[in-house]
Write a protein that binds this ligand. Structure first.
Ligand code: NAI
Length: 249
C-alpha cells in the first residue's frame, strides 16, 4: 500500500474525477478527507469508502473561503493527526455559464475565479503548515488542457492553476512539499455531459489521438504517481493526461 499512514485531502471529491481520486487513495490505505460544498454527495462518498474498508471523513468546504478551508484542515488534523497530501480538484465546471471574457457578468467572473483559480491557493495555504509539520508532503492541482486551448475564463483559470503550480513548487520545495498538476483532456463525468453534451463526441473525433473520452479512472494513475515517493524529485510539472489532445495532427 503506497499511502499507508498518509492523510490526503481531496477537494471536489463528492463526484466525478475527485471522487475517483479519493477512492483510489483510500484503496491504497490513505485516510481521506472528502472536502466539497455538496453535503449529500460528499457524505455518500465518505460512507462508501468506509463501507469498502477505508478511512474517510466528509468536511463541508468552500475552497474559495479561507475560513472554511482552515476549518477543514483543522478537522483533518483532529480526525487523522495531520495532513500529508492535497489534491486541489474542486472547480465550477458542469454548470458554468457560457459567456465571453469580454461580456461575462463581472460578479460571476470574480466568483468563478475565486473558486477555480484562487481556491487551490486558499486550500494550499490552509494545509501546507500541517504538511510542513509532518516533514513534507505532496500537492496535485487539477488543471486542464483548456489552459492551452481557447476556452475563455475557464481556460484562463487553468492557466492560473499551471502558474500557481510552478510558483508554489519553489515556495514550498524547501519544506519538502512537492507541487505538480494534472491537465486532463475531455473526461466523461456528469459535469462534462452537462457542459459539453453531444459536442464531446466531435471533440473526441477531431482532436484526440486516442479516439475515446477519458474516464475518471484514467487520471488516477497520474495522480497517485505524483503524490507518491516515486515522484520524489518531480515538482512544478504539468502532466497532460489527455488522449493526445494537446499535440495534434
Ligand atoms: P465535477 O463538477 O463533477 O466536480 C467538481 C466538484 O467540485 C463537485 O463535487 C463540486 O461540488 C465541487 N465544488 C465546486 N465548487 C466548490 C467549492 N467552491 N468548494 C468546494 N467544492 C466545490 O467536475 P469533474 O468533471 O469531476 O472535474 C473535476 C476537476 O477536473 C475540475 O477541476 C475540472 O475543471 C477538471 N477537469 C475536468 C475535465 C473533464 O472533462 N471532466 C477535463 C479537464 C479538467
Amino acid at each position: 500500500m503506497r499511502f499507508a499512514e498518509k492523510v490526503a485531502v481531496v477537494t471536489g471529491a463528492a463526484q466525478g474525477i475527485g471522487e475517483a481520486y479519493a477512492k483510489a487513495l483510500a484503496a491504497q490505505d490513505a485516510a481521506v478527507v472528502v472536502a466539497d460544498l455538496n453535503v449529500d454527495a460528499g457524505e455518500a462518498v465518505a460512507k462508501q469508502i468506509e463501507a469498502d474498508g477505508g478511512r474517510a471523513i466528509f468536511v463541508r468546504t468552500d475552497v474559495s473561503d479561507p475560513e472554511s478551508a482552515n476549518a477543514m484542515a483543522q478537522a483533518a488534523v483532529q480526525a487523522f493527526g495531520g495532513i500529508d497530501l492535497l489534491v486541489n480538484n474542486a472547480a465550477i465546471y458542469g454548470e458554468m455559464a457560457f459567456d465571453l471574457l469580454v461580456t461575462v457578468d463581472w460578479d460571476y467572473y470574480r466568483r468563478f475565479m475565486s473558486v477555480n483559480m484562487d481556491g487551490a491557493l486558499v486550500v494550499t495555504r490552509a494545509c501546507y503548515p500541517h504538511m510542513q509539520a509532518r516533514g513534507g508532503g505532496a500537492i496535485v492541482n487539477q488543471s486542464s488542457t483548456a489552459a492551452w486551448l481557447y476556452s475563455g475564463f475557464y481556460g484562463l483559470a487553468k492557466v492560473g492553476i499551471n502558474g500557481l503550480t510552478q510558483q508554489l513548487a519553489h515556495e514550498l520545495g524547501g519544506m519538502r512539499i512537492r507541487v505538480n498538476a494534472i491537465a486532463p483532456g475531455p473526461t466523461d463525468t456528469a459535469a462534462t455531459r452537462t457542459q459539453a453534451g453531444d459536442a464531446a463526441h466531435d471533440i473526441v473525433r477531431n482532436s484526440l489521438a486516442i479516439k475515446r473520452m477519458g474516464q475518471p479512472e484514467d487520471m488516477v494513475g497520474a495522480c497517485l504517481y505524483l503524490l507518491s515517493d516515486d515522484a520524489s524529485w518531480v515538482t512544478g510539472q504539468i502532466l497532460a493526461v489527455d488522449g493526445g489532445q494537446v499535440f495534434r495532427s
